[in-house]
Design a protein around this ligand. Structure first.
Ligand code: ZN
Ligand code: ZN
Length: 234
């Protein structure tokens, strides 16, 4: 099973407005499963839940240290519950769609149904430790996003803290080595903000059954292969 766990939708202010269900479906034909992870919100996940047989509900939370943490759930309800809590911890200002990028809510047909006015491009006032605890408490699975790049834990803090996070998304061979040295499983994903980026990095899992839990069990056991178009991924 080919899986790209880190895909943004038109809800993320920095993503292309074309990241709507039909387009994401067309551009993910070679993949078997997708993770939908917008900045600080899972409000568009339901609209994308049928673009693939398996869609992992998620969001990418920005902590007070400016660390991006991917947070995945087996049920949309849990991702939405955590979203509501995240909203309470975002700055109390109205998002400026014109200046900072549109944050569009869509339905399954790809029709825009509204604007999200919480500033999703800003950090929450929650620490990384608090976010990890929140996610784990709600049955979620935290993964460091693009660990060695800007807004990644390694870039921001300089080290991997000892928390209940066992997997890091990396973007380079060096990042993979550093994550593995810290005892983490290193995965790759596209962090797609535009349709043509979907699947440019992915993982391949031999996974029995189609349950989301099984995907994460396989990742924790290291039963996956990295794939993508970059040279270091072969
Ligand atoms: Zn990020
Ligand atoms: Zn991202």
């Amino acid at each position: 099973m080919k899986l790209d766990l880190h895909v943004h939708t038109c809800l993320s202010p920095c993503a292309d407005l074309l990241m709507v269900p039909d387009v994401v479906k067309d551009f993910s034909e070679k993949l078997d499963a997708l993770g939908i992870a917008d900045h600080n919100s899972a409000k568009n996940v339901r609209a994308f839940s049928r673009v693939k047989e398996i869609v992992v509900p998620g969001l990418e939370i920005q902590t007070v240290e400016d660390v991006h943490l991917l947070c995945f759930f087996t049920k949309i309800e849990n991702a939405l519950k955590v979203t509501e809590i995240v909203y309470e911890h975002l700055p109390k200002i109205r998002h400026d769609h014109e200046r900072a990028g549109y944050q569009l809510l869509v339905n399954e047909k790809g029709e825009y149904t509204g604007y999200e006015d919480h500033p999703l491009n800003m950090p929450t006032d929650l620490t990384l430790k608090e976010v990890v605890e929140l996610v784990v408490k709600n049955g979620g699975f935290p993964v460091y996003a693009h660990a060695e790049r800007r807004f990644g834990v390694l870039f921001q803090l300089g080290f991997f803290p000892e928390l209940e996070v066992y997997v890091a998304e990396v973007v380079s061979e060096e990042g993979k080595i550093l994550a593995e040295k810290a005892g983490l499983r290193a995965i790759v994903a596209s962090d797609a903000h535009r349709p043509e980026e979907i699947g440019k990095r992915y993982i391949e899992i031999s996974c029995e059954g189609k349950r989301i839990e099984k995907i994460f069990e396989s990742i924790l056991r290291g039963e996956y292969r990295l794939g993508g178009v970059c040279p270091w991924l072969g």
